[in-house]
Design a protein around this ligand. Structure first.
Ligand SMILES: [Zn+2]
Length: 268
């Protein structure tokens, strides 16, 4: 997310009432990383509800938000009003603070989803501001866990931002997913070209045989439990020969006795 554009847009609404500012300024959050309108996160959020509830009710969460360099000034300003001495920093904090709200003692970032058929206020999402020390935990839950199932970075980001926020979140999630060892080992080669199919050459009758073994059959009283299926490629003549085992010696003996002595030894 381009934080600079975001702050600039916030100043445009600085003179309005805080409520109006919130609705207007969250519009400026739309950015190049947004998926299509109404495109829901594909990770089933309900299954991560327990994690979210536990995370949100963490007794030290508020304290950790206070201590996090990303949120300390904003949290203090929202709570008690003091701003940093440096006027440039102070201006930045005041502007950014409009994007936040304290709910039940927890600092939340306000984000507006782009649903076409819903009122602006209905689209507001209160994202828990995640302090630096807890971000890895969120990434593990939303990418590595069984529920998350190592989704790509766009989908992981969409799921995370439905509940959580931290600055430069998109890039951090992207880096995390691209560096994930499991994802690298199981990378999907979607651009790979399939192996071309080549027709088999047509040869003389009985010069080439195709074989396969069928298993999973009931055992006969003579202890046979496999079938060696032999098909001639030119004539499609087939023979089904019983086998007791899949041992190479037994197959060789059967082929010699039932095929080569009856049809002759040809090219392959
Ligand atoms: Zn992964």
């Amino acid at each position: 997310m381009d934080q600079k554009d975001y702050i600039t847009a916030t100043f445009e609404y600085f003179a309005d009432s805080e409520k109006a500012v919130r609705v207007c300024q969250t519009n400026t959050q739309d950015n190049v990383h947004d998926l299509e309108d109404e495109d829901e996160a594909s990770i089933d959020d309900d299954q991560l509800k327990d994690f979210y509830e536990e995370f949100q009710t963490n007794p030290v969460l508020s304290q950790l938000q206070h201590q996090c360099p990303d949120f300390a000034s904003i949290f203090s300003y929202k709570k008690d009003g003091p701003v940093p001495d440096n006027h440039i920093t102070a201006r930045k904090v005041v502007a950014e603070a409009f994007n936040y709200e304290i709910r039940d003692g927890i600092l939340c970032h306000i984000f507006q989803r782009r649903f076409k058929n819903k009122e602006a206020t209905e689209r507001l999402v209160f994202q828990v501001a995640v302090p630096q020390c807890l971000r890895h935990e969120v990434l593990l839950a939303y990418h590595d866990s069984k529920v998350a199932g190592h989704q790509g970075h766009e989908r992981t980001y969409e799921a995370v931002r439905s509940k959580y926020y931290w600055p430069r979140m998109y890039q951090e999630i992207k880096d995390y997913v691209q560096g994930c060892e499991i994802c690298q080992q199981t990378i999907r080669h979607s651009a790979g070209r399939p192996t071309p199919l080549n027709p088999m050459p047509v040869e003389d009758v009985f010069s080439r045989w195709h074989m396969d073994i069928l298993g999973g059959l009931p055992t006969t009283t003579e202890k046979y439990k496999y079938i060696l299926l032999v098909v001639n490629s030119a004539s499609k003549w087939c023979e089904a020969l019983p086998l007791k085992t899949q041992a190479a010696t037994e197959i060789a003996n059967v082929l010699f006795k039932e095929i080569f002595t009856r049809y002759g030894i040809r090219s392959r």
